[in-house]
Design a protein. Structure first.
Length: 149
C-alpha cells in the first residue's frame, strides 16, 4: 500500500462516519414523533457498510494493483440505509390528537441511549480518520525535506 492511498482509505472512512452521524441525528430527532398507524410511524435507520477491495480502488490492466494482493479491504463504502424491524412503541393515550380509534399512539422504535452511543462512536471514528490523514500528511512533508539536508 502506498502512502498516497492512505488518504483514500481515511477519506472513505470519514464519508461513511459522516453518513452514520446524519442517520443517528435523524433517528434522535424523530424519537418522539407520534403517529396514528404503524405504516406512517418513523422507523430507526442504520447505514450498512462494506469494505472496498483493493482491485476496485486501483484497477489495473494486469488485474491487480500496486499494494495489497491478499484481497484485504482498502476503504469503506455505504451499501445502503436499512430501516429497523424492531417493534414500534404503542402507548395508550386517548387524549392525544394522533391517537387511533382505539386510543393508541405509535412511536418510533428508536432507543435514544443506543443512538447517543452510536453518535459518540461515529464521532470518534471520524476524528481518528482525521488524525490518520494528518499523520500521513506530516510524513509526506518530512519525506520532502529529506533531500534538502
Amino acid at each position: 500500500m502506498s502512502l498516497g492511498s492512505i488518504f483514500d482509505i481515511a477519506g472513505s472512512g470519514m464519508t461513511a462516519q459522516s453518513l452514520r452521524l446524519n442517520t443517528t441525528a435523524s433517528n434522535i430527532a424523530n424519537a418522539e414523533t407520534a403517529s396514528s398507524s404503524t405504516d406512517t410511524t418513523y422507523r430507526a435507520r442504520k447505514p450498512v457498510f462494506a469494505a472496498i477491495q483493493h482491485s476496485m480502488m486501483n484497477p489495473s490492466p494486469q488485474g491487480f494493483g500496486m499494494g495489497s494482493q491478499d484481497g484485504s479491504g482498502v476503504g469503506v463504502t455505504v451499501e445502503g440505509i436499512v430501516e429497523s424491524d424492531a417493534e414500534l412503541q404503542m402507548r395508550y393515550q386517548p387524549e392525544h390528537p394522533a391517537a387511533n380509534e382505539d386510543g393508541y399512539v405509535f412511536y418510533p422504535n428508536v432507543n435514544v441511549v443506543e443512538e447517543m452511543a452510536d453518535m459518540m462512536s461515529s464521532s470518534r471514528s471520524f476524528q481518528m480518520n482525521v488524525d490518520v490523514m494528518n499523520t500521513a500528511k506530516s510524513m509526506m512533508q518530512r519525506i520532502l525535506t529529506l533531500g534538502q539536508q
